[in-house]
Design a protein around this ligand. Structure first.
Ligand SMILES: C[S@@+](CC[C@H](N)C(=O)[O-])C[C@H]1O[C@@H](n2cnc3c(N)ncnc32)[C@H](O)[C@@H]1O
Length: 441
């Protein structure tokens, strides 16, 4: 039964049409009050972003905008004084130790040393308001337990191990330098620059810095000097669907982020860390994004090999033909929300070709039509690969569900990553089925 809609009703209706995101404003908490005060003292004037928790999302803490943002608006402008770069460290009490030290330290070593030292100085550190809001621990692979690591997808596991090795090497390669800093501390440097402290510093830099190129300093090693810790700005979470521009503005002397996407008042303001897939997000930042359009599932070469006809006499020839043309690079062999990548399908078509069809190999790779039979065989092979990956994924999910230990938070992260991957594989299977139907009809 229809009801007459008056002016008040229309107004209420308009309000109801938009349900604001559930969020808890935390700007009154002492640590954020102190941080905002510190920013203002350092010349940051327009702070229309406030810290909040967003319990309805996986993002946790983030920044909410108190005014609607239109494309082109500045989300945040952080004065140079508020940025923590290698230059900040060079100008500090650490400067003369850095200058004296050989071999030269990397920009990453310099920043990590400073973070650990400043955290240790506590109340007397001018950076205390910033350090107080930094997470105490992270969820990137450097922090994951061994048994959780083993549940990661193969390609990610390899990179996760490299990350853990890099963190260990940072500690080992800096030991001598830390000893040289002993005059600065009342306590033994061994108890300050611990492997835990350095892991925390490494992850703080890796997950929170903005990209800002600096001129190479003669006092640092040759690694690119591109990190800047940006207090408050680094409370902005990532969304793969927003667009922003970011960089240091030489005129205003501020690091500025502008949005190219609208954002409503009292909503979480997001930035985009880059067009990263979920594996990269987990590796570099310790999270994944639901329905991430950049996410794909990689088909490992070994997995591909086990699905191929071993009695095909031309198999090795085909594989090296594909390898030489870059078709077996793992970034090319993927399943996405839109099905198998063009390169995966092309590679499968070559691999399915019958004997003595050498002339077809090149034609298939440049996208020329293939026989209906080969087309169908390659789609079947793609479906079988996709189903295999689904089964593997399912097995890991079962293990995670059984393994409800004290590592709950870490296991949940892996489970959710795997569930996202499942969605992609399911979407790919549906597309493959559709393609198969059109090929047969
Ligand atoms: C630059 S910080 C952003 C602020 C951070 N949430 C905080 O509370 O400090 C980057 C970290 O935020 C988290 N993060 C960013 N975007 C996210 C998202 N879309 N979903 C879940 N976590 C996210 C990850 O832990 C990531 O390492």
């Amino acid at each position: 039964m229809g009801r007459k809609r008056g002016r008040t009703c229309r107004k209420r209706g308009r309000k109801r049409a938009f349900t604001p995101e559930v969020m808890v404003n935390i700007s009154h908490e002492m640590q954020y009050v102190q941080l905002r005060k510190w920013l203002k003292e350092n010349g940051c004037i327009d702070l229309h972003l406030v810290p909040a928790h967003f319990p309805g999302t996986y993002t946790g803490r983030g920044l909410m905008t108190t005014k609607a943002l239109q494309p082109g608006d500045t989300i945040i402008a952080l004065p140079e004084k508020c940025l923590l770069t290698t230059q900040t460290v060079h100008r500090s009490y650490l400067g003369k130790y850095i200058e004296r030290w050989k071999p030269r330290l990397s920009p990453l070593q310099v920043l990590c040393t400073f973070l650990v030292a400043e955290r240790h100085f506590g109340r007397t550190s001018p950076w205390k308001p910033y350090i107080d809001v930094l997470p105490k621990a992270y969820t990137c692979p450097g922090y994951l337990a061994e048994e959780v690591l083993r549940l990661l997808p193969e390609a990610l596991l390899g990179k996760a191990e490299v990350q853990r090795r890099d963190i260990r090497e940072l500690t080992l390669s800096s030991e001598g330098f830390f000893h040289s800093l002993q005059p600065l501390f009342a306590e033994s440097v061994e108890g300050i620059f611990t492997s835990d402290a350095l892991r925390w510093a490494w992850c703080s830099v890796n997950t929170r810095t903005v990209y800002m190129e600096r001129l190479q300093s003669e006092y640092f090693s040759r690694e690119p000097d591109v990190y800047a810790l940006a207090p408050y700005l680094d409370l902005l979470n990532h969304s793969p669907t927003v667009q922003v521009t970011a960089g240091f503005n030489q005129e205003s002397k501020c690091y500025e982020i502008r949005t190219l996407t609208k954002c409503r008042r009292y909503q979480q303001a997001f930035i985009c860390y880059g067009p990263h897939d979920n594996q990269r997000l987990l590796l570099e930042y310790g999270f994944f994004a639901a329905n991430n359009p950049h996410s794909v599932i990689y088909v490992e070469k070994d997995v591909l090999r086990t699905h191929l006809l071993q009695k095909d006499k031309e198999l090795n020839g085909k594989l090296s033909f594909l390898q030489d043309r870059g078709f077996l690079e793992y970034v090319n062999l993927t399943f996405g929300f839109e099905g198998p990548s063009w390169r995966l399908l092309a590679a499968l078509k070559v691999l399915c070709l019958g004997p003595d069809n050498y002339s077809q190999w090149k034609k298939v790779l440049i996208g020329l039509p293939d026989s209906v039979g080969n087309e169908r065989n390659s789609l079947d092979l793609a479906s079988s690969l996709c189903s295999h990956l689904m089964n593997e994924n399912q097995k890991v999910l079962q293990k995670v569900r059984l393994n409800r230990t004290e590592l709950l938070e870490q296991l949940d992260l892996v489970a959710k990553l795997r569930e996202e991957e499942r969605k992609i594989l399911q979407a790919s299977l549906v597309i493959l089925q559709r393609l198969r139907n059109t090929t047969t009809s």
